[in-house]
Ligand binder design. Sequence first.
Ligand code: ZN
Length: 135
Amino acid sequence: MTPNAKSTTHSSRGAILLRGFTRRCPRCGSGKIFRHWTSIVDDCPRCGLHFERESGYWAGALAINFVCVFGLMLVIMGLVLAFTLPDVNVALTLGLMLPVALLGPVVWYPFSKTIWMAIDRAYLQRMDRYEQPDE
Ligand SMILES: [Zn+2]
């Protein structure tokens, strides 16, 4: 363990979540954890945290990605309906929602991974008293 990693072991939940929303390592805050937009490195280059804790670990990131993109689509649809009812403009609705449906999962992909790691570290690992912290 590097000295820097030890100093970030007891970060606040807010700090951990902020790192997740800014595509950073949840333990040390390093911002160099992606090779490119869709490829995360296996281990943090600064603190050595192994990101994929177990097989199937990224299912949580997939759920976060789905909820965020689908939620944005619902907001867009709600706004279009609110401003166009009773004459709903289907072309406008599709024109706004289709790009979100196609590009949203890709744009949101790295954020969903780091947010998932942050939620896991800030809340889930602390809830289970039998959990072995990966410090
Ligand atoms: Zn790190």
